[in-house]
Design a protein around this ligand. Structure first.
Ligand code: ADP
Ligand code: MG
Ligand code: ZN
Length: 476
């Protein structure tokens, strides 16, 4: 293993968050009944003409800028030909030698190019009657807008590949250009993998692994492929340049086809569409629409709110979560406490209720409510323990904390008379222990405190209980 070094480049497809398809007005909605969202254009019927969806272009430009690319003022649509049942036109409209954008970066991994293209339909082989005999075709996905992001071969391990993909997913989600849902295929990734002897400058022969649809599988597929290639070389074989498929059941890659060369696709400029012109205004508008990127936001959280790097990382997992945190800070004025509540109780309750962290707008607890709860503890109106009860009640009912405290009578007891009454009762009920205490068994003090707190339902002010008990037990 150590005598070889892996070289990896990723090709990622991201579905753009448009309502309609790239070249027709059919809906892009996921999960609709098969073939519901189709028309002559996306079914590839003869004579149907594509009309470009400008909002797809705007999102693609935004993604390109967010990935630090240079956007080309002129890019060209191209036909990429291949036969497959889910590609009825016999070609895919994509971009080839003049892509939308070039020369970007995802952390330290360089991005070679980004181009816009249409998705193909879906071939379904399972879950239908006679599915051992037939392939079923769903063209709802046909013509859905994608960007393909091609990285340079700068990645050296499966860890780095997963990290790169995670950053990409996060950036696209923050930009609101892609929902990043890997299970639904909104973000897909092919890995190009080769190995070379450590210290060698020349790259080895690569294979391209397709069909990887989760972070876990990216890691496993790359690790498998690296080992397979090293073993092949060690036993005197050659690595064949080919396209391989990741099989998540056997956890192996299998050869799918010999690697096609560009000329196999007979690329040529798409005659039905003019070149894509992106003017300065489009770029400027896209630039303006870009809010703070996750990396910058993390740094600011550490700097402005004195959070640890770890806390900042957790709190910026999604844009919705980091917005939630900042609004809670604004409402409570307590960054550290806000962070603790969100990282502990809020995330736990989200997990229990299956709440999506990308959209917290339907969460029962709002930042204003959490801020109010924090202030109730800070001003001493309720105890920290009571606050937990109030939080649970908030998640259940969606009621504001002050209302819950009022309704359930949860205010902290700090009235000296009331505390004295509690102390009197506890000492009267435990006369023997009081005697022993006075005879020198002072270890019983904690017992008395515990009893008073219990009697008050955790609401008594502990320092006042302490004072009152000392007085009482000293016989004063
Ligand atoms: P295509 O797949 O169309 O042939 P490219 O030749 O541009 O396209 O390469 C696609 C991907 O393969 C890129 O992500 C690139 O970084 C990666 N790549 C190229 N050469 C190697 C190599 N020797 N080892 C690993 N990855 C490579
Ligand atoms: Mg490729
Ligand atoms: Zn259509």
């Amino acid at each position: 293993m150590t005598r070889y070094e892996a070289v990896i480049g990723l090709e990622c497809h991201a579905q753009l968050l448009t309502h309609s398809k790239l070249f027709c007005s059919c809906s892009t909605r996921f999960g609709d009944p098969p073939n519901m969202n189709t028309c002559p254009v996306c079914l590839g019927l003869p004579g149907a003409l594509p009309v470009l969806n400008r909002s797809a272009v705007a999102l693609a430009v935004k993604a390109a800028l967010g990935l630090n690319c240079k956007v080309n003022a002129l890019s060209q649509w191209a036909r990429k030909h291949y036969f497959y049942p889910d590609l009825p036109k016999g070609y895919q409209i994509t971009q080839y030698d003049r892509p939308l954008a070039v020369d970007g970066s995802i952390g330290k991994v360089r991005v070679e190019r980004i181009h816009i293209e249409e998705d193909a339909g879906r071939s379904l082989h399972e879950g239908f009657p006679d599915s051992d005999k037939y392939t079923f075709l769903d063209f709802n996905r046909s013509g859905v807008p994608l960007i393909e992001i091609v990285s340079c071969p700068d990645i050296r391990s499966s860890d780095e590949a997963v990290d790169c993909l995670a950053r990409l997913k996060e950036i696209l989600e923050y930009l609101d250009v892609c929902d990043g849902n890997m299970e639904e295929g909104s973000l897909r990734c092919d890995a190009n993998v080769s190995v070379r002897p450590a210290g060698e400058a020349k790259f080895g022969t690569r294979t391209e692994v397709k069909n990887i649809n989760s972070f876990r599988f990216v890691r496993k597929a790359i690790d498998f492929e690296v080992h397979r290639q090293i073993e092949a070389i060690e036993s005197g074989e050659r690595v064949v340049q080919e396209t391989r498929l990741w099989n998540s059941n056997t956890e192996r890659t299998v050869s799918m086809r010999g690697k096609e060369e560009a000329h196999d696709y007979r690329y040529f400029p798409e005659p039905d569409l003019p070149p894509l012109l992106i003017d300065d205004d489009t770029v400027k508008n896209a630039q303006r629409s870009i809010t703070e990127m996750p990396e910058a936001r993390r740094e600011r959280f550490v700097r402005d709110y004195a959070l640890s790097g770890y806390d900042a990382q957790v709190l910026t997992a999604t844009r919705a979560l980091s917005d939630f945190f900042e609004e809670t800070v604004r409402s409570s004025g307590q960054p550290k406490l806000a962070a603790n509540w969100i990282m502990g109780d809020l995330l736990r309750s989200c997990k229990d209720s299956g709440q999506d962290l990308k959209d917290l707008s339907r969460s029962a607890v709002s930042p204003a409510m959490l801020g109010e709860l924090i202030r109730l503890v800070e001003t001493g109106a309720i105890s920290g323990k009571t606050a937990k009860t109030v939080f649970d009640e908030m998640t259940r009912t969606g009621k504001p904390p002050a209302a819950i405290v009022e309704e359930k009578g949860l205010f902290r007891i700090s009235d000296p008379d009331e505390i004295e009454r509690l102390v009197d009762r506890v000492t009267a009920e435990n006369a023997k222990t009081v005697e022993q205490y006075r005879a020198g068994k002072t270890g019983a003090f904690g017992f008395f405190v515990g009893r008073v707190m219990e009697l008050s339902g955790g609401r008594a002010d502990p320092s006042k209980v302490d004072d009152a008990l000392r007085k009482k037990l000293a016989g004063r």
